[in-house]
Ligand binder design. Structure first.
Ligand code: 2P0
Length: 322
């Protein structure tokens, strides 16, 4: 039976990946560092069928769009047994309309399921390198907790490894789900445009080198205030690259700016909380779990309880039994 099912959780970067140096091998310009979350994940089954004439790819119980199916098939070409097509069924567990659906959990789960379905036993480092070929951020979703992706210089040297797989202090993240109707520039296109046209790109590389070192020190010290401060500054500098591109663009909308202002204000009143944003308008809040109720109480009147999702550090990729 050439079938396996894998589950992988999404991750949010505290030091962002934003640019490739090799789009074919998917080598990033810089290292990055993330937190894997328990709340958002993808479950994917892969079954190789020697009698099948084409890949069949289902996402959330519907046939995948042609461009998505092509991306999955091209990824499977890296690992499939010679000339053998696959049935793929993938389900995303993310809150409705969250805009948090992530290629990170999707390609991490696909890399594992496609390998395990053939009876292969790759190391997690090998799985991380394989997941990278599907989507950069998937490199990190093979592991749980706090994870570092080494940029590397070739296929062999670009992989993630855990810094602290079981986070033993109070670090937590809360997603503020905002209006996701805004037309979005895909990450791949956004970062490529920034590398090509943003005059701040050389400075960004220096920023990341500094932030990686400082973030690892803050994690070792379990200093959530410093982790949050570094993550917020790093996120703002990533988004500054976009504003400074030619033409400039942004993932923020009015609600994003309002949420940023609310978090900054809450912090000024003495609650340690910080924000980070990715390739979309949603805002993620970084804080110590002991402040969770205070923060939820402060945010609920403005955003509504339905739009606030608490996430804890989550696990690495897992094999599910069918
Ligand atoms: C990150 N993001 O480090 C950054 C921060 C979004 C903003 O990685 O082209 O879907 O597949 O490598 O991984 C999102 O980009 O892009 C991302 P590809 P990916 O999490």
């Amino acid at each position: 039976m050439m079938k396996a099912t894998a589950r992988a959780h999404t991750n949010i970067a505290l030091v962002k990946y934003w640019g490739k140096k090799d789009p074919t091998l998917m080598l990033p310009q810089t290292d990055s560092l993330s937190l894997t979350l328990d709340r958002f994940y993808t479950t994917t089954s892969v079954e190789f069928d020697p009698t099948s004439a084409a890949d069949q790819i289902q996402i959330d119980q519907a046939p995948a769009a042609p461009n998505v199916a092509q991306r999955v098939s091209q990824f499977l070409d890296l690992v499939r047994p010679q000339g053998c097509f696959a049935r793929v069924a993938s389900v995303n567990n993310v809150p409705m309309a969250a805009g948090l659906a992530s290629s990170a959990s999707a390609f991490a789960a696909l890399a594992a399921a496609a390998s395990w379905a053939q009876g292969l036993h790759p190391s997690r480092t090998e799985l991380s390198r394989l997941a990278r070929r599907g989507s950069g951020s998937a490199t990190r979703s093979i592991f749980g907790g706090l994870v570092e992706w080494h940029a590397g210089h070739d296929d062999q040297s670009s992989f993630a490894e855990p810094i602290q797989e079981h986070v033993d202090f109070g670090l937590e993240m809360l997603a503020i789900l905002l209006d996701t109707r805004q037309k979005k520039i895909g990450s791949r296109r956004g970062m490529q445009h920034v590398v090509a046209t943003s005059p701040y790109y050389p400075t960004w590389r220096e920023v990341v080198a500094h932030d990686m070192a400082a973030m690892k020190l803050a994690i070792a010290a379990q200093d959530i205030d410093q982790i949050g401060h570094l993550a917020q500054t790093n996120a703002l500098r990533m988004h500054a690259l976009n504003l400074a591109a030619d033409p400039g663009f942004t993932y923020f909308n009015a609600a994003t700016l309002k949420a940023m202002e609310t978090i900054d204000h809450l912090r000024e009143t003495g609650v340690s909380c910080y924000y980070t944003m990715d390739a979309g308008p949603n805002v993620k809040v970084i804080y110590d779990r002991r402040d969770r109720e205070t923060i939820l109480t402060a945010l609920t009147p403005q955003f509504g309880a339905d739009h606030l999702v608490v996430a804890k550090p989550g696990p690495g990729v897992e094999k599910l039994t069918d």
